[in-house]
Design a protein around this ligand. Structure first.
Ligand code: ARG
Length: 495
């Protein structure tokens, strides 16, 4: 819409394009049911359905030439039907319903499609992350807290951490799907109707799992939109954190990875640049999705029951959030699959910053029987000395055993030999791989545990894919049954 004027101020053109396909389905299911219940005659139903088939076949020109002339998609379709077949038959299509239940039904149909798409993409991203983990079980790297070197881990462990976050996103999305896929149709304006409609029949024909029973609730609520966009916001947060790491890790300071060509861009002035623009836009669009969520919450918060036109303003934000989330997931999936990790740099950095300090303290606990806090103080004092030596341009790692000796004396007044501490154990504590191997508890980065997690995550992923696919097939089945019903009703007219 170029600019607002008095007439188009109330239009919902952009959202109605998104709802068009759903609206034709809703019209078909409603008309089939009206005929079955004897509310309209078979020949009237057939004429309307034939016209709806025509609109369906000529979607493109309908959207371009017809839609912009009307207040909304519902009015546009009904007006077209009446113009084509006359008001005697066409004027019966809107019996026993309102645009209020109609639009709520359309949004749910369009949204469940979006959810199925994003769930598929989220699962592909999970797959990409698990695959990268499987390639990097042995790739050591520094793990961070506060963006400071903390403890050594593996790239596999790190990738699986992200994969688990996206597994929860999937779980949230499929729950939202279940709340979306309920039928408000038949609620009419809000007080249902005196015609003997069959709400369950239209729900089944349209692939809904159940009814939103209370007809006032059915037209008033957009909580399913809030729930879904909250899931999108959560998903985008997880994508953005992954994007942020890709941005950091591709910088020359980190130099942990090389961006794939398709996911980096040059500069118009600096010929050497490989900028992480895709990841940056994922990060930025996370903010846009939060904006959508906040807009929707604000629009809904003070609406008296039942329908208010304010609800129309929710739909464009929903569409935008759906579009951005789907595209961002797909970008991150493609990017993750093609990142090149600089495993030498990762290994080099894994040892820097005294990342083995925790394991050294743990070794003093295990081997010398010291309380953890005492061991902690000894190692903290070693870290202090190391920092000082480094400041003097020395390499303190060379003589770590002497440093430990010195700190033990300093803190508890005992020699290493008195503590029964074997220097081999000390060296083992300082070895990156053995640090990781020791962390075998559930969820730890040790090889075996990571291999187990990779296996279970792959199984979990196939299970989730089957759950998602079952929903998609169910809808396909119902909608093809609807098409068959429509054809049967049209055929009857000719016989
Ligand atoms: N375009 C409207 C919407 O999105 C359709 C429903 C209009 N209903 C009404 N009572 N004016 O909500």
């Amino acid at each position: 819409m170029d600019s607002y004027n008095h007439h188009n101020y109330i239009h919902s053109l952009e959202a109605d394009r998104w709802l068009f396909h759903a609206d034709v389905l809703v019209d078909k299911a409603h008309v089939v049911m009206l005929a079955e219940r004897g509310i309209i005659r078979a020949d009237e139903a057939a004429a309307i359905l034939r016209c709806l088939q025509y609109i369906h076949l000529h979607s493109q020109s309908f959207l371009e030439d017809e839609l912009p002339n009307y207040e909304d998609v519902h009015t546009a379709i009904e007006s077209f039907v009446i113009r084509e077949i006359g008001e005697d038959a066409g004027g019966r299509m809107h019996t026993a319903r309102s645009r209020n239940d109609e639009v709520a039904t359309c949004i749910r149909i369009a949204l469940r499609e979006e959810l199925l798409r994003v769930m598929k993409e989220v699962n592909e991203l999970r797959h990409a992350l698990i695959a990268r983990a499987a390639e990097n079980v042995e790739t050591v790297m520094p793990g961070y807290t506060h963006l400071q070197h903390a403890q050594p881990t593996t790239l596999a462990h790190h990738c699986l951490a992200h994969a688990d976050a996206f597994a929860r996103d999937f779980a949230r999305l499929i729950t939202a799907y279940e709340h979306v896929n309920m039928s408000p149709l038949g609620a009419a304006a809000f007080a249902a109707t005196g015609f003997p409609i069959d709400r369950m029949r239209t729900a089944k024909l349209l692939g809904f799992d159940s009814l939103l029973e209370n007809s006032m609730d059915a037209v008033s609520t957009r909580d399913f939109v809030i729930e879904t966009v909250s899931c999108y916001a959560n998903l985008m947060t997880n994508l953005s954190r992954l994007a942020e790491e890709i941005i950091l890790w591709s910088s020359s300071e980190f130099n942990f990875l090389i961006l794939p060509d398709e996911y980096s861009t040059g500069s118009s002035i600096m010929p050497q640049k490989r900028n992480p623009d895709y990841a940056e836009l994922v990060r930025a669009r996370t903010g846009s999705v939060y904006g959508c969520l906040l807009s929707i919450l604000s629009i809904c918060k003070a609406l008296p029951y039942s329908y208010n036109r304010d609800l129309q303003e929710v739909t464009p934000h929903l569409m935008r959030a759906a579009r951005l989330s789907l595209a961002s997931t797909s970008v991150m999936r493609g990017c993750v699959a093609k990142l090149k990790f600089n495993t030498e740099r990762l290994a080099y950095e894994a040892a820097r910053g005294f990342t083995t300090a925790t394991e050294l303290a743990d070794t003093l606990v295990r081997e010398a029987g010291l309380p953890f806090r005492t061991a902690y103080r000894i190692v903290a004092s070693i870290a202090g000395s190391m920092l000082k030596l480094k400041g003097e341009g020395k390499e303190p790692e060379q003589d770590i055993v002497a440093l430990i000796e010195h700190s033990c004396m300093d803190i508890i007044g005992k020699r290493l030999s008195e503590l029964g501490l074997n220097p081999d154990k000390v060296r083992e504590a300082l070895d990156i791989s053995s640090n990781i191997d020791k962390r075998l508890v559930t969820g730890g980065p040790a090889r075996e545990e990571v291999m187990r997690m990779i296996r279970t995550r792959m199984e979990h992923l196939s299970h989730d894919n089957r759950r998602r696919d079952a929903k998609e097939s169910h809808i396909k089945l119902c909608l093809s049954e609807l098409e068959r019903e429509v054809e049967r009703k049209i055929q009857r007219l000719h016989t």
